[in-house]
Design a protein around this ligand. Structure first.
Ligand code: CTP
Length: 400
């Protein structure tokens, strides 16, 4: 995700400095080259050796040393950064940056950089609410500085309220977004994902093997590219991706209602969900008892959500469907593309090794309204998601 990216991680002096260790680990795991700059205060909380060991690079703490020594100087660090993160960012550091003060290595380097700067504030709730702090944050936002908003909870100082540094995994998400081209900024994308469950009785249901991985990867990738994302999901074992509006549903009918509620506001709708085509005609109020050697459950047809969306599609709206097939992939997918009035359909042979339900990879063919098609190789679902979004961006540009 961050391969080839150079990140300067500034750590300022707050108890949340320990969270910067975890953030560093995630950044390195994501493939980034990370250089850590610590304020003097930060070194009181966590030793530079910890950051040095995990980053594999010397930690920079003193402006003077850096200028005299032959290693990377602060200007060079500032120039090399693709992204500058300060986590935790204390009220003091944020105040200094907002005031144009550069009196130590961290503030000097951040002032000299042209890279985007992402701040993860951490402070006492009263400081966070202080009008002077608010003005500083507001000013920095106006100048394009990015913020990973702190969260509410028990603060180390004993107070309860907003001011806890955002979780490292979520700062990492914000960092990835900051390094991603925002080609879906201003676009509202709805993604449906996962299976639906059609209840037979209070303990049993009819469903399918969908894990939700493909849809969640699409929602995450669209958010990173700047889209406002609504994810309508059937039951899965996955945590909702950061930043998306998450709508949890169970049955196909519930999914239909929730999708139609906001589909009108969406510029792009991607229906990755494996919707159950049928549901039991009746749901028994009590658990069904075991009687006889055979049992018959009568199923009735569920609404076809995608077909309804296709019929109601407004000009400029892009509708993308999925076709899960085990035979006649292209033929079946083409029929769905046409009959459901789609702009593109992602066809996958769910019986092929490395494709379909549950696995982390997929092999898909993309079919378009104008009859063109392309075949993608075996890719991680994240890569498939990014390829699908590339095509969506291109289709939107073509229809302008
Ligand atoms: N879909 C839907 N509502 C349904 C069934 C399917 O919105 N009741 C959507 C899926 O989310 C997917 C597309 O339609 O984007 C195709 O789903 P698929 O299960 O492959 O096809 P079906 O249209 O259900 O046809 P069949 O099951 O006969 O292959």
């Amino acid at each position: 995700m961050l391969k080839g990216k150079t990140i300067v991680l500034g750590v300022s002096g707050g108890i949340a400095a320990y969270k910067a260790v975890e953030l560093l680990r995630l950044l390195v795991k994501g493939g980034a080259e990370v250089h850590v700059v610590m304020t003097k205060g930060a070194t009181e909380f966590v030793t530079p050796l910890t950051f040095q060991t995990l980053s594999g690079n010397p930690v920079h703490t003193e402006l003077f040393n850096l200028i005299t020594e032959q290693e990377i100087g602060h200007i060079s660090l500032a120039d090399r950064a693709d992204l500058f993160i300060i986590a935790p960012a204390t009220a003091n550091v944020i105040g200094k940056i907002a005031g144009g003060i550069a009196d130590d290595l961290l503030t000097t380097t951040v002032m000299a950089t042209k890279a985007p700067v992402l701040l993860a504030p951490a402070m006492n709730v009263n400081m966070y609410e202080n009008p002077l702090y608010r003005e500083n944050e507001e000013k920095l936002r106006r100048h394009g500085y990015l913020f990973a908003e702190p969260v509410s909870g028990f603060l180390a100082c004993g107070w309860e309220g907003k001011g806890k540094m955002q979780e490292p995994a979520l700062v990492m998400e914000a960092a990835v977004a900051a390094l991603t081209v925002q080609d879906l900024a201003g676009v509202t994308v709805m993604v449906t994902a996962g299976p639906t469950r059609e209840e037979v009785d209070p303990v049993r249901f009819v469903s399918n093997h969908s894990s939700g991985k493909m849809g969640y990867a699409l929602a995450r990738a669209a958010w990173r590219r700047g889209a406002k994302v609504v994810l309508v999901s059937g039951p899965t074992a996955l945590p909702p991706p950061f930043g998306v509006k998450f709508v949890a549903v169970e049955s196909a009918r519930e999914m239909r209602d929730r999708v139609l509620e906001s589909s009108g506001e969406c510029d792009v709708i991607i229906k990755a969900a494996a919707v159950a085509d049928y549901r039991p005609r009746e749901r028994a109020g009590d658990k069904l008892k075991k009687v006889g050697d055979e049992m018959v459950v009568t199923l009735v047809k569920n609404p076809d959500i995608l077909r309804e969306l296709g019929a109601a599609k407004r000009p400029g709206q892009l509708l993308v469907g999925f076709a899960a097939e085990t035979v006649d992939l292209e033929k079946n997918a083409t029929v769905k593309l046409r009959e459901k009035n789609l702009d593109m359909i992602v066809a996958n042979d769910v019986s092929a090794p490395g494709a379909g339900f549950g696995v982390d990879t997929n092999i898909v063919r993309l079919l378009y309204r104008d009859g063109t098609k392309e075949e993608l190789p075996l890719l991680a679902k994240e890569e498939v998601a990014s390829a699908i979004l590339d095509r969506i961006v291109a289709l939107r540009a073509g229809s302008d």
